[in-house]
Ligand binder design. Structure first.
Ligand SMILES: *[C@@H]1O[C@H](CO)[C@@H](O)[C@H](O)[C@H]1NC(C)=O
Ligand SMILES: *[C@@H]1O[C@H](CO)[C@@H](O)[C@H](O)[C@H]1NC(C)=O
Ligand SMILES: *[C@@H]1O[C@H](CO)[C@@H](O)[C@H](O)[C@H]1NC(C)=O
Ligand SMILES: *[C@@H]1O[C@H](CO)[C@@H](O)[C@H](O)[C@H]1NC(C)=O
Ligand SMILES: *[C@@H]1O[C@H](CO)[C@@H](O)[C@H](O)[C@H]1NC(C)=O
Ligand SMILES: *[C@@H]1O[C@H](CO)[C@@H](O)[C@H](O)[C@H]1NC(C)=O
Length: 584
């Protein structure tokens, strides 16, 4: 959450409280009544008989002409098929009579078949290869129609958008692709050859104060951020002096840091967005756009984020109608459950910022009222437990994405709290707490299947990874050191697992609250674990169905953790975390 917003509200509340300010559409001032905020994500009706919810979409968005010639790169030409069997009326779910056999799937564009194959029921991201040679590069996305037949007579269908863009024109400086297999962003290495292969980027960095920090300190700050291992910088507007902004962005590019370009103050202005996108899109280090900062908190118009995304997309090489442009669009949502579908529809990457450190989550220290699910603002909407609220938020957002049929087009990123000593949050997180927040986000980005008895469905989100962009820098030396240590460990050996399309993923929350993510590639498993408790905890590798043993475990990240000398047990200090590679 942008504390800026909180301060604006504080200011307004003194002068114009008669207007009735809300947060997440809840009243929060002691003078105001409890009014149901509404806008909750609907729980789909359950079904007593099985339903098939077919989804299809391209593995990569967008494709480029070079992908037609070389399919052996990181940009495989394939249509991904999800065929979940559910007991809930989610998007595009229709009755299916189960039995032996597989789905016969045909993918067509304008009536012409481009791919076909058999797909198991319940498959996640089953790839059907196709050739781009049947298509021409163009701005407008192609509609793909996926028709499936099961047991000869049962028919199913789904559509998706396939974007195949021409080589970027001179005013586009870079291309960022979305890899639907992993949720990763792919880009050519910064400052590498113009034709270098695309590779996955793990975005880790901070929302970085501009006026109070970068504008004056950029010559020392940017090289330092790079050496600290961060990959992305998200400058926080306003950017008042464009000449100076250009100097900052030039150096950011020169030192090899990606730019997440923020239009929070201007995203609802067609004129400003047009000016900014046209100015920034030629930057070689532009990774992605960022529009609304907590539009659900301030109840921005429900169409605002999608209108902005379409405008940005149309200026960035796309059709402005849902096809991909040369860069994806992101935003952050702050509310646990307010108009998720409307606001998230305007982004490829949906960030969540669940801030639980130091604030009283049941009684508002700022407004002097209780916080409930229909009243009050405690700085963390509908939060009740602290750290577990972060995992829950990640899981809920991903589940809603699954229900809406967006699983092949959107991913969720996490915003760890890196601030404090203000409004709701009397203290900063420690570095170790910052790591717990980040690892919960990373582990819950990587769920394979999320079972939800209450919805009678499970989310086949497949293998997804998460970006980590913390609010905000400048922060404490302790947080910076911890974040830097994680960034170096990711680049060192963790990314090879987390970003691998070949990884199989499990996530386990042990009864003692230790949260574990496991990425297995071949005979090696990356174990990323965090202890949310204020007391030390241990877990045995056997609990993770890993053998371990002397010489089989290598620690690759340490924030208060260790492995026993017999290689069978992991120890965690209170609020301790670690990553380990276990070889079988
Ligand atoms: C589909 O997968 C879910 C989750 O793994 C499982 O519970 C269910 O039995 C599977 N259904 C079929 C028909 O394979
Ligand atoms: C910015 O630079 C000034 C002057 O060198 C220095 O005093 C200050 O600590 C720097 N700020 C940060 C957050 O590093
Ligand atoms: C804008 O920044 C440039 C470059 O730092 C500087 O030379 C110029 O004086 C600034 N303009 C204003 C109005 O501050
Ligand atoms: C967006 O929604 C607002 C109401 O909040 C409406 O006035 C406006 O016409 C809508 N814009 C478009 C382009 O649909
Ligand atoms: C939150 O505030 C209430 C009311 O002042 C207090 O009773 C409670 O102990 C506080 N909880 C925490 C965790 O500080
Ligand atoms: C906390 O904020 C207050 C008011 O802005 C400031 O005076 C104080 O130095 C801050 N303390 C810390 C530890 O940052």
């Amino acid at each position: 959450m942008a504390p800026r917003v909180a301060q604006v509200i504080l200011f307004f509340s003194l002068s114009v409280c008669v207007l009735g300010q809300t947060w997440c559409n809840k009243n929060y001032m002691v003078t105001e009544p409890i009014v149901d905020p509404g806008g909750r994500f609907p729980t789909p009706d359950t079904s007593s008989s099985p339903l098939l919810a077919l989804r299809c979409g391209p593995a990569i968005r967008p494709y480029l002409p070079e992908d037609a010639a070389d399919t052996s790169t990181t940009s495989p030409t394939a249509i991904l098929i999800d065929a979940p069997i559910v007991f809930s009326h989610i998007s595009n779910a229709v009755p299916v009579t189960l039995g032996p056999g597989t789905l016969d799937v045909t993918v067509s564009v304008n009536g012409k078949t481009i791919a076909s194959g058999s797909v198991p029921l319940n498959a996640t991201k089953h790839a059907l290869p196709f050739s781009l040679s049947a298509l021409k590069p163009q701005k407008a996305a192609y509609t793909i129609t996926c028709s499936a037949t099961f047991a000869k007579s049962q028919k199913f269908s789904a559509t998706g958008l396939l974007t195949y863009l021409p080589d970027p024109p001179a005013d586009i400086g870079s291309v960022t692709k979305f890899d639907a297999r992993t949720g990763a962003l792919l880009a050519r290495p910064l400052n590498g050859p113009k034709t270098a292969a695309f590779e996955p980027v793990f975005p880790i960095g901070f929302y970085t104060g501009y006026g109070n920090y970068l504008a004056t300190n950029f010559t020392t700050a940017l090289p330092q951020l790079k050496s600290q291992g961060f990959t992305v910088v998200h400058p926080v507007p306003s950017f008042d002096n464009i000449t100076q902004l250009d100097e900052v962005l030039d150096l950011m590019e020169e030192v090899g840091l990606w730019l997440m370009y923020d239009m929070r103050l201007t995203y609802m202005s067609t004129t400003s967005v047009t000016e900014e996108v046209n100015r920034i899109k030629s930057r070689k280090n532009l990774l992605l756009w960022y529009t609304a900062d907590e539009p659900d908190g301030t109840s921005d118009p429900l169409n605002a984020t999608s209108l902005a995304a379409n405008l940005i997309n149309s200026l960035d090489g796309g059709d402005g109608l849902g096809g991909a442009g040369y860069h994806p669009v992101s935003l952050v949502l702050n509310c646990e459950n307010f108009e998720f579908t409307a606001y998230a529809s305007g982004a490829d990457l949906v960030l969540q910022d669940t801030y639980t450190i130091g604030n009283n989550m049941s009684f508002s220290t700022v407004w002097g009222t209780p916080c409930t699910d229909d009243y009050g603002d405690c700085g963390c909407d509908n939060c009740h437990q602290g750290f577990p609220d972060i995992s829950k938020r990640m899981d809920e957002f991903k589940q809603r994405i699954f229900i809406n049929g967006w699983g092949l087009t959107k991913a969720v990123w996490t915003v760890p709290q890196g601030f404090g000593n203000e409004t709701y949050w009397p203290r900063y997180p420690t570095g170790a707490e910052w790591i717990v927040e980040s690892i919960l986000g990373i582990n819950h980005g990587g769920l394979g299947a999320l079972h939800s008895p209450s919805y009678a469905i499970y989310s086949l989100t497949g293998i997804m990874y998460v970006g980590v962009v913390s609010w905000d820098d400048p922060t404490t030396a302790d947080i910076k050191a911890s974040a830097s240590s994680l960034a170096h460990a990711l680049a060192g050996s963790m990314n090879a697992f987390i970003l691998s399309p070949a990884a199989s993923i499990r996530q386990i929350t042990l009864p003692n609250g230790v949260d574990v993510g496991l990425w297995t590639v071949g005979s090696a498993t990356l174990v990323v674990a965090t202890n949310i408790n204020n007391q030390a905890m241990s877990l045995s590798l056997a609990q993770l169905q890993l053998a371990g043993g002397p010489g089989t475990v290598k620690q690759v990240f340490n924030s208060g953790s260790s492995v026993s000398s017999d290689g069978r047990t992991l120890h965690f200090d209170k609020i301790g975390s670690g990553a380990f590679i276990v070889t079988q």
